[in-house]
Ligand binder design. Structure first.
Ligand SMILES: Cc1ncc(COP(=O)(O)O)c(C=O)c1O
Length: 393
């Protein structure tokens, strides 16, 4: 019986890569002893005024369908925000579409811009959605190695080699999940030059962590660079910036032809966002950045401590935190692979970390540690690791 049903499942669903991530998170949730450095979402609660705005919206019966591309009020606020914070000009009626988190944006835009056999350059290690989404639409993922001698970042020469007339999309993600790297202006300009010379390629710029940038680093949207207006689809989100992951609101900005197509396909997928979640997003944009700023200061404090502790343990090598809430230390001194090491850390030190290979093959020799958990817990996790390393054989 089961085989018969299996035959009905479309092939494109059968070849999706398996990931250990859900398993790992389940172990952490079930085992109270474990300190999890696994989370991919803020540990902060949604700011009170945002929650109040939703309660009010529900009481006022804002429980009907919204508009397919997002309410007019929300799109206008997004357009102002894009101009002020990202230096991107986007017409609220034609060049912005609100989405159910940036995940829906990536999926729908991929459905529009990826044809079978198109080559899609994706960061590796990179956010775990890019490869399966590309494969789902029968595109060919071309891995761009993001680890180089100077740390993490796109190797411009590698992009030049890999970009061909078959390259339809180049995906960049800054600040990066999983490396925490923030792309520098020069690097973005070089990428913009490459794409400007190639009339087949559009950039997907995933900026989910745009507000979490530390030290002297600065978030720059590649769409704001000269000549890039029509060559970039920018994906942003309320999930990380405003601790609103459960509200599922994000947005895409870019070419009006693509956004028009997106609104059409959205009618057949989600139709509209949750109406009251849009009110949460409206309140977030009206309140400005004071909450994001407070969260950022705390992440920065944790990141600094984590960096210092990891380096003092001596077996982990890592750069200063730049952005997002991840550290991606090199573990080569342990002389074992990242899955083995993560298992041992989990079983023996009772600390959950994510193997680097969950983010692609070039993530080998690294583990991801999230600092979206309290300062005290991170300190405790480092105490455990320090002790564990002393006895490591
Ligand atoms: C790099 C990156 N992009 C996009 C997302 C998706 O975010 P959301 O769908 O909540 O907006 C995530 C979530 O972890 C992420 O890490």
């Amino acid at each position: 019986m089961e085989n018969w049903i299996n035959r009905l499942i479309a092939d494109r669903h059968k070849n999706l890569p398996k990931t250990e991530f859900q398993n790992i998170m389940k172990i952490a949730a079930e085992n109270k002893e474990v300190i999890s450095l696994g989370p991919g979402e803020p540990d902060f609660n949604t700011p009170e005024p945002i929650k109040e705005a939703v309660k009010k919206a529900i009481d006022e019966n804002k429980t009907h369908y919204s508009t397919t591309g997002g309410s007019q009020e929300l799109r206008e606020l997004i357009s102002k925000k894009l101009k002020k914070e990202n230096n991107i000009e986007a017409n609220p009626d034609e060049e912005i579409c609100v989405t159910t988190g940036s995940t829906e944006g990536l999926f729908l835009i991929s459905s529009i811009l990826i044809e079978p056999k198109d080559e899609i350059i994706i960061p590796n290690p990179g956010y775990m959605n890019y490869n399966p989404t590309t494969s789902f639409f029968r595109g060919i993922p071309i891995e761009m190695n993001m680890l180089n001698e100077n740390g993490f970042g796109a190797e411009i020469e590698e992009i030049k080699k890999k970009i061909t007339e078959k390259t339809h999309v180049l995906i960049i993600n800054t600040p990066s999940n999983p490396t925490g790297n923030v792309m520098k202006k020069k690097e973005l300009e070089e990428i913009a030059d490459i794409v400007n010379d190639n009339n087949n390629t559009i950039i997907f710029s995933d900026e989910a962590y745009e507000k979490l940038v530390y030290n002297d680093n600065k978030h720059i949207s590649i769409a704001s660079l000269n000549g890039m207006e029509n060559k970039v689809m920018t994906f942003q989100s309320f999930s990380k910036s405003f601790a609103m992951a459960g509200f599922r609101v994000g947005y895409v900005s870019g070419s009006k032809e693509v956004i028009k197509t997106m609104k059409r396909i959205r009618i057949y997928s989600t139709l509209t966002n949750s109406n009251f979640s849009e009110y949460a997003a409206i309140e977030a944009l009206k309140t400005g950045n004071s909450y994001s700023e407070k969260m950022k200061i705390e992440y920065e404090r944790r990141g600094k401590m984590l960096h210092k502790r990891l380096n003092s343990i001596g077996m982990f090598e890592c750069n200063k935190p730049e952005g997002a809430f991840y550290m991606f230390p090199n573990i080569r001194k342990f002389k074992t692979n990242s899955v083995n090491l993560s298992n041992r850390i989990l079983n023996e030190a009772k600390v959950l970390v994510v193997p680097g290979t969950e983010f692609g093959k070039y993530g080998e020799n690294h583990i991801r540690m999230s600092y979206a958990t309290s300062y005290e817990k991170i300190e405790e996790a480092m105490d455990r690791l320090e002790k564990w390393v002393t006895n490591f054989k």
